[in-house]
Design a protein. Structure first.
Length: 406
């Protein structure tokens, strides 16, 4: 599988995401937290040739803000891309903003505030965004943004999952919806949209117990039903038990739906990393009744017992229904990292796993001591019909650099 360098070598780049124009799949937009200027900014990387070459830019901060992170990108018909980010003036006070492009990512608007932060009282982090592009959705074009709403940050604080929607292309945002229980702690929420426009909001609770939770909306995000537990989660150690590793590994949800007209139309797939086998592995649970009930979790990796497999990302091809899951793994050497892909064309009954990276890499490369952070996620997007492109942090150049592969 070919690998392409998305970002220039040099200053670190972390937390990549990617979206593909479904009408013109050669057009792709990737994002990352980019430290080229010193302060972290939202990097934007644009390809017009299917990922072979990329141009580089950064998005402006709102006045008074000093940095950005946790960006995510989504595509909407016909030539729209939107990017969310967590912008901040310091360690707290984080605000969720969105940037809008209607010309295939050639230009982006000034930042529009979605969820403002206020000192140590409110910090809106770990953003995610999706535009409804589902073939039989009456809510086509709706934009859904989620984030981890952290409160009382410096005083035994909490975190909840918040949801916002826009019905006018991101220009204005309705009153946010509290997805999770304020008595629980959560990690980064993520949203998927089904074939008929059903919204599936997901998150992982970390206290009082680790659980993968889904809550659905049948009216385009106006209201949500009662939450459903997908599965209990056994968290992986925040630092994986490998000599030389010190980078953190947070457990985030990943969710996608089958929007094809194939035999698994309407299926919903929940994916996460789990330590139930005594090592980090990637598990999947499937719903065949639009999120009401979920199958027993199964591993998708066929990885070597004792290896560490983490940071899963999933997308389902909207034309073929093929499932694509990418993840980091140290299964080849026990230390060096690679990116693998698990693919299924039979509705998650079976998976074929293939290495994407052409070179294994040292997560600590470019650092005089073991690095504490390689970012908190990687990403994958379907390239219909039948293709995909994944993006990840790679150190084969000697620094944290974004690479793509398919």
């Amino acid at each position: 599988m070919p690998n392409f360098q998305v970002t220039p070598s040099g200053a670190p780049k972390q937390e990549p995401s990617i979206a593909v124009n479904l009408l013109s799949p050669n057009i792709m937009i990737a994002t990352a937290t980019d430290f080229t200027s010193g302060a972290p900014l939202t990097g934007v990387y644009r390809s017009l040739d299917g990922g072979a070459t990329w141009t580089t830019s950064t998005l402006p901060l709102p006045p008074g803000f000093t940095g950005a992170e946790a960006a995510f990108v989504s595509y909407g018909f016909p030539t729209t891309f939107v990017i969310t980010a967590h912008v901040f003036p310091g360690a707290s006070s984080g605000t969720t903003v969105i940037y809008i492009s209607t010309d295939n990512g050639a230009t982006f608007s000034a930042p529009v505030t979605v969820g403002p932060g206020y000192g140590s009282y409110i910090n809106n982090d770990e953003t995610n965004v999706i535009i409804d592009t589902s073939q039989s959705s009456p809510f086509l074009g709706n934009i859904y943004v989620t984030y981890n709403h952290q409160f009382n940050v410096n005083n035994i604080g909490g975190s909840t999952a918040f949801f916002h929607r826009s019905t006018d292309g991101g220009l204005t945002w309705e009153t946010p919806f509290l997805l999770s229980d304020e008595a629980e702690q959560v990690e980064r929420p993520e949203v998927a949209v089904g074939f008929t426009g059903i919204v599936y909001a997901s998150w992982i609770t970390t206290d009082p117990a680790y659980r993968f939770v889904v809550r659905r909306s049948l009216d385009g995000g106006a209201t949500f039903e009662t939450s459903v537990n997908v599965a209990d989660v056994v968290p992986v150690p925040q630092v994986l038990p490998v000599p030389g590793y010190e980078f953190r590994v947070l457990t985030f949800p990943a969710i996608s739906t089958d929007r094809s007209v194939g035999p698994n139309n309407g299926a919903v797939y929940a994916v996460w990393q789990d330590n139930r086998l005594g090592y980090a592995d990637i598990f999947l649970s499937k719903s065949s009744d639009e999120g009401l009930s979920w199958s027993e979790p199964v591993s998708v990796t066929n990885a070597i017992p004792g290896s560490q497999n983490f940071f899963p990302a999933i997308d389902v091809d909207p034309l073929t229904g093929e499932i694509t899951i990418i993840y980091y793994s140290n299964q080849l050497s026990g230390y060096y990292l690679d990116v693998f892909v698990a693919r299924s064309n039979d509705g998650a009954n079976t998976f074929t796993n293939t290495r994407i990276t052409t070179t294994s890499f040292d997560p600590n490369a470019g650092s005089s001591t073991p690095t504490p952070l390689i970012g908190d996620y990687i990403d994958v997007a379907a390239v219909p019909p039948g293709g995909f492109i994944g993006v990840w942090v790679d150190t084969r150049t000697g620094t944290q650099t974004i690479f793509a592969g398919f």
